[in-house]
Design a protein around this ligand. Structure first.
Ligand code: TYM
Length: 334
């Protein structure tokens, strides 16, 4: 609790170009929830270096991501929007939690297995302990709720396990966080292969809608989206491509799948794909315009970066001091 409010924490990596999956699965819900909670939204740049990055590019992407959080509608005066690397407590708590996490648990993480397969020449220890850093992010702010897409559920579960283990030894130190998964949009799939999630690192750019794609590109990608030969807009698992398009449409319009089936009853896939494309454009266009406008205001963004790093640091150090004391580190002499 901070000032009587429950706490929300979430973050995104500044690697690759953000996709519609990131927006519908996470960012959109962050905005909806931001009134109800005391929120911390981090650009998790420490996580990014588990895969090799070009330094200048990483810095640029991190700033763009932070700007995008604000462009999406998060008020930086109310929500703490900051770079993870500006608060050293993340790394410090991660070390301590490493000592309360088992190799076997980390070995089971599917994201680790996927990434290790993709980057076989660089299976570093950071990639392996990535979920512990994520647990540290969340527990450092005593978060009650963590809005994420479905692909992050396993990481949320291990966070809860680590927190419960620590609490069982030292008393009530950490709040046990609950995941928040949105009703629609929690698992957006590739437009070219609806069995795979829409991902920043997809080699086929037609599979993903990037948040900065222009209108023509968005409409073209939806026109090319893989469907099936059934020819009817029905929300069932067998029609994976259409299922995904309905999910996207629902997440953008707030409609329910049954309403969408009804709306497109007797109409072809062409009509439906156009409608989905238009719904996405109507969300992304204002977001892009706001992003462009904010990007020009260097002083404003710099001010937010400075103020929010201090604010995040303040809350992080409160938890960290408590944890350091519990595990037996000597107090600093001031
Ligand atoms: P990242 O950067 O891969 O993704 C950011 C958020 O977007 C969601 N997401 C999706 N949702 C629906 N459909 C998709 N296709 C899709 N792709 C991505 C993710 O679930 C996520 O919510 N490890 C995290 C970042 C992180 C974090 C944290 C998150 C670090 N520390 C603490 C929450 C709390 C990650 O790599 O997300």
């Amino acid at each position: 609790m901070i000032d009587g409010n429950k706490v929300l924490f979430s973050g995104m990596q500044a690697t690759g170009n953000l996709t519609l999956g990131n927006y519908l699965g996470a960012l959109k819900n962050w905005v909806t929830l931001s009134d109800e909670y005391q929120c911390f939204y981090s650009v998790v740049d420490l996580h990014s270096i588990t895969v090799r990055q070009d330094p200048a590019e990483l810095r640029k992407r991190a700033r763009n991501l932070l700007t995008l959080y604000i462009a999406a509608g998060l008020d930086p005066e109310k929500n703490c929007i900051y770079y993870q690397s500006h608060v050293s407590g993340h790394a410090e708590l991660a070390w301590i939690l490493n000592c309360f996490t088992y190799m076997g648990e980390l070995n089971r993480m599917t994201q680790y297995k996927d990434k290790a397969a993709k980057h076989a020449d660089n299976i570093n220890a950071g990639l392996f302990t990535y979920p512990v850093l994520m647990a540290a992010d969340i527990l450092l702010y005593q978060a009650d709720v963590v809005p994420v897409g479905k692909d992050q559920m396993q990481h949320l579960e291990i966070t809860r396990d680590i927190a419960q283990r620590f609490n069982a030894i030292y008393g009530d130190v950490f709040t046990i966080p609950e995941p928040y998964i949105g009703k629609s949009g929690a698992s957006i799939k590739s437009l070219q292969n609806p069995d795979k999630k829409m991902s920043k690192s997809d080699e086929n750019p037609n599979g993903s809608i990037y948040l900065m794609d222009d209108e023509d590109t968005i409409m073209r990608k939806f026109k090319r989206a893989v469907t099936d030969s059934e020819g009817c807009v029905r929300y069932n698992e067998e029609q994976a491509g259409i299922h995904n398009l309905i999910d996207i449409y629902c997440a953008c319009t707030g409609k329910m799948p049954q309403e969408v089936e009804h709306e497109f009853d007797g109409r072809g896939y062409g009509d439906f794909k156009t409608a989905v494309g238009e719904a996405v454009v109507s969300i992304l266009k204002p977001l892009q315009a706001r992003f462009e406008e904010l990007s020009k205001d260097k002083g404003y963004i710099d001010g937010i970066i400075k103020a929010n790093a201090e604010k995040a640091g303040y809350y992080a150090s409160k938890t960290l001091r408590k944890v350091q004391k519990k595990v037996g580190f000597p107090e600093k002499i001031r």
